[in-house]
Design a protein around this ligand. Structure first.
Ligand code: PHE
Length: 492
């Protein structure tokens, strides 16, 4: 066998579920409420919806059209556009892979919390419990030599789960798992939101979402925040939509699909934030802690504030607690497999390694890198990886993709592909967005990201960022130079 077996979704539903599953992740659950709150509450919906339509859906469409037209992996697609572009593909894939290595770790922490939540094992001080008893966090660099066994075990469990899903045939693995986990996730969120609305003080929270601060609309940072949330939430630029769309059979309705996926993803985060805000409103009323001190994002919200809320919630917390952490687990798993699929596809297509073997190698290497985050200084390193890869490397990847497909590749081909396959048509406006508006907006976010990363960098983060930069240059060159085993790889 010289050609890797062509894979195809067996139903449009499987593709849709996998796409929505890839987009709905930790970002929807704990990033969105904070972004919404700190950028004007209700009025934030305006820049958010504008960014969703104008920029988010537009870019997803590029990825759909490219994947569907080429029906190849990212590395081979960029090689086909121009031989010189292959290292860029490996750069993007490496960024995605490195993001996955720490994303898995956060999902691992969540797995630990599912177990803790059955007994509220975090006690009366969840903050201290998280840093001392779960992470065994230290500030000293020597902490890198101490492994935290429970974190390592749960990180291993998540990598193992990802491997179990990825090694299977596309429809049996990713397709089936997405079709099961996504509906479950939706049911859990509906239960949590419905329950949260019955809590005393809920209205203190959710009215924040509907109370607009119109002056925020004239603030450029608010618009950039909206755009940043869309990039993160829809997982733009990570070659996920491109990979999944390349597995679509002829005749699939691309634009209709992209619109539905984007709406479901945003619908999920807006709906979910009603629950989060109501629960925080309850906390404000009961404990007197001001609302603005509770709306943190990321690990602080999930592993510190929520356990505090569960502490004062009474017996219902023994059900809502595990459900909340289960919800993060399901959202996380479907994103992890999506992040890895594109990486595996390129490797397997260039080096002609079958699906199972590629998944095994990628997951083992990924797990080894993730052990770094399971050390005493792991959460600090994780923060540095997150800041650098998200604010800097990922945005660069989106910018490069806009330039490649908007300027270097014949863009009209993409318009033709989309219009041949959809009821909703695209045209000139889309072209202007991809060629001009999107690169300008990403450029703005990028400069903002570099500024905030550099002004907050200490010596440890500078060292790690330098190492990451070197790795992000050297590894893609090596992958490009390695000769393809697949004879068809170089056929453009
Ligand atoms: N969009 C997903 C989320 O919101 C997946 C993602 C993972 C996005 C990592 C960016 C980085 O979590």
């Amino acid at each position: 066998m010289t050609e890797t077996k062509k894979q195809e979704w067996n139903s449009n539903l499987a593709f849709m579920m996998a796409m929505i599953g890839s987009a709905v992740g930790l970002g929807n659950i704990w990033r969105f409420p904070n972004v919404l709150y700190s950028n004007g509450g209700g009025s934030f919906m305006i820049p958010y919806i504008v960014s969703l339509f104008l920029l988010g859906i537009s870019f997803v469409l590029v990825e759909y059209a490219v994947g569907f037209r080429f029906k190849k992996s990212l590395a081979r697609i960029l090689f086909s556009v121009s031989k010189k572009l292959e290292p860029i593909a490996w750069f993007i894939l490496l960024v995605v892979f490195l993001i996955t290595t720490y994303y898995v770790c956060v999902v691992g922490w969540d797995l630990i919390y599912i177990f803790l939540s059955f007994t509220k094992a975090w006690g009366s001080n969840p903050d201290l419990y998280f840093t001392n008893s779960v992470l065994h966090s230290t500030d000293s660099i020597s902490g890198i030599f101490t492994i935290v066994p429970t974190v390592l075990a749960s990180v291993f469990a998540i990598w193992f789960l990802a491997w179990l899903i990825l090694k299977r045939d596309l429809n049996e693995g990713i397709g089936k798992v997405s079709k099961i986990l996504l509906p479950l996730l939706c049911i859990i969120v509906v239960v949590i939101v419905a329950f949260s609305l019955t809590l005393p003080g809920a209205s203190v929270g959710y009215t924040q979402i509907f109370t607009p601060d119109w002056s925020a609309l004239t603030n450029l940072d608010v618009w950039l925040a909206a755009f940043g949330q869309i990039v993160f939430s829809l997982s733009l630029g990570m070659a996920i939509a491109m990979t999944y769309a390349s597995y679509l059979p002829e005749g699939s309705k691309l634009v209709d699909n992209a619109v539905l996926v984007a709406f479901s993803n945003s619908g999920f985060e807006v709906f979910n934030s009603i629950g989060i805000f109501s629960i925080l409103g309850f906390m404000t009323l009961t404990s007197g802690i001001p609302f603005n001190e509770l709306v943190t994002s990321g690990t602080g919200l999930a592993f510190v504030v929520f356990p505090q809320v569960f502490n004062i919630m009474g017996p219902a917390a023994y059900i809502i607690g595990p459900l909340f952490f289960l919800c993060i687990l399901f959202a996380g798993i479907t994103s992890v497999i999506a992040l890895l699929e594109g990486v595996c596809y390129s490797i397997s297509e260039k080096f002609l390694i079958d699906r199972k073997k590629t998944a095994t190698v990628v997951c083992i290497i990924g797990f080894l890198i993730s052990t770094l985050f399971a050390t005493g200084i792991g959460s600090t390193i994780l923060g540095i990886f997150d800041g650098f890869l998200n604010n800097f490397a990922l945005l660069l990847a989106v910018l490069i993709e806009c330039i490649i497909f908007g300027w270097i590749y014949k863009f009209d081909n993409l318009i033709e592909t989309l219009n041949n396959n959809s009821t909703i048509k695209v045209g000139k406006t889309w072209k202007i967005v991809i060629k001009y508006i999107l690169p300008i907006c990403i450029g703005g976010l990028w400069i903002q990201g570099i500024y905030s990363t550099l002004t907050t960098a200490d010596s440890l983060s500078t060292t790690i960022m330098i190492i990451l930069t070197i790795v992000l240059i050297v590894v893609p060159i090596i992958f490009t130079k390695l000769p393809a085993i697949n004879k068809d790889y170089y056929n453009v």
